[in-house]
Design a protein around this ligand. Structure first.
Ligand code: FNR
Length: 190
């Protein structure tokens, strides 16, 4: 069995984040071929290109964590019809200095949950635009707009609705197939 490393970024910094619950569920439901690890970003300062000559330690560690994994999964809320500022800041760090973009040719996927009926759809489109510019091959389908209802996913990542659980399991199975396909033609560090 060939395994692939996946770093996941949770767009929310909130302690009770429903997207963190979703991420925990996705880790549980991922096929054994995907080795999942969180890449945190809450300690990053606000990016400026003034740092490009000498990244601070937190930014070097974050950038290395992105570079070290074979694929990236974004699990993000929608804030004001876009992605949270902290997540955009993190992506900006990893994309720089110019010519050292950690996302280039690295496969990614986007998913998110919100109590609203469109389940982060607008934020996901905004993120897809950013990832396109960052030259990350993205899984186009399936899309996953998860409307969060109270208790849908427990704090431990147990999905309480059978249909949602099956959908999320299939989403991760498709992500595995996508990652394997991309890496077969664009091997990491090639
Ligand atoms: C929101 N929320 C929200 N929801 C949505 O579906 N579309 C939106 O544009 C927004 N905008 C928004 C802005 C800000 C600043 C906050 C704090 C919240 C509600 C949001 O979906 C809800 O708070 C979720 O719990 C956020 O996910 P996390 O942070 O709990 O993972």
């Amino acid at each position: 069995m060939t395994q692939h490393t996946v770093g996941y970024l949770i767009g929310s910094l909130a302690k009770g984040s429903i997207n963190r619950k979703l991420a925990k569920a996705l880790v549980k439901l991922a096929p054994p071929e995907l080795v999942m690890s969180e890449i945190p970003f809450k300690d990053l300062p606000l990016y400026s290109y003034d740092y490009d000559a000498a990244f601070p330690p937190a930014a070097l560690a974050f950038k290395k964590a992105i570079a070290d994994v074979e694929a990236v999964l974004f699990v993000t809320p929608e804030y004001n019809r876009s992605i949270p500022g902290g997540l955009k800041n993190a992506i900006d760090w990893a994309s720089r200095p110019y010519g050292q973009n950690s996302f280039t040719r690295k496969p990614s996927a986007v998913i998110g949950t919100s109590p609203g009926a469109i389940g982060t759809a607008v934020a996901q489109q905004a993120l897809r635009s950013v990832l396109g510019f960052c030259n990350s091959p993205q899984m186009n389908s399936p899309e996953a707009y998860i409307q969060f209802t109270p208790g849908l996913i427990t704090d431990d990542g147990e999905v309480t609705n059978v249909g949602t659980e099956e959908f999320l399991r299939n989403y991760m199975a498709d992500f595995h197939l996508f990652v394997a396909r991309v890496l077969s033609v664009l091997p990491k560090d090639a």
